[in-house]
Design a protein around this ligand. Structure first.
Ligand code: HQG
Length: 180
């Protein structure tokens, strides 16, 4: 499958496995899973047929490992806006994690810290390079350093999604270090 088709299928899956399952008439269970057969039937019925081979390729080759398949079911690993319980175990974070954003968001981040916005959690990256890429989706990236070790010591609970993204409910301003 060529790169462009891969991307297109991944976008389509992401839209329906994270945000609007009802748009194609599928129902996610409480942990975000749907039967692969039901998904393939639904996407075909809505004019976007995907073969089993294509689906397997998207799951295996997706650059960010956005999806997991288990026991004939599939789910998005993170990034949902519909309520799902990913049922991830709390994990002790490294001393520092990173968050890529843009200058326009800084005044409000300074005031109220990092908030989940339309997602379920604040997303943090394990390294600067990843955070830079995340920030660059919105403009010139600014990378914030998060004192995740101190946050953990202060009782904040961290999770790590199956694709290595760190998740936390909120990052108060006192744990955020701006560049420079
Ligand atoms: C900003 C991609 C104002 C935050 C990536 C960000 C990631 C605030 C935006 C994943 C704020 C939310 C997540 C506050 C946070 N005031 N702005 N208090 N707190 N923000 O897309 O972290 O492609 O929901 O800095 O790889 O950018 O979806 O989160 O700019 O892992 O697989 O509000 O999305 O993965 O934006 O990205 P997002 P994000 P996928």
């Amino acid at each position: 499958m060529d790169e462009q088709r891969l991307k297109k299928v991944s976008k389509y899956l992401s839209k329906h496995l994270r945000h609007q399952p009802e748009r194609i008439g599928i129902t996610l269970d409480e942990n975000g899973w749907v039967a692969v057969d039901d998904l393939l039937r639904a996407v075909a019925a809505h004019g976007f047929p995907v073969s089993e081979t294509e689906l397997a390729e998207v799951v295996a080759n997706n650059d960010k490992q956005r999806y997991s398949v288990m026991d004939g079911r599939i789910r998005a690993n993170q990034g949902h806006s519909v309520p799902v319980d990913l049922d991830l175990p709390p994990v002790e974070p490294p001393e520092h994690l990173f968050h890529g954003t843009v200058a326009a968001a800084l005044p409000s981040i300074r005031d109220e810290g990092l908030r989940p916005m339309s997602r379920h959690h604040v997303h943090l990256s394990p390294d600067r390079e990843t955070a830079t890429r995340v920030g660059a989706r919105r403009g010139r990236p600014i990378v914030l350093t998060i004192g995740s070790g101190s946050m953990h010591a202060a009782g904040h609970v961290f999770y790590r999604s199956d694709n290595g993204v760190w998740l936390v409910d909120h990052v108060p301003p006192s744990f955020i270090r701006l560049p420079g």
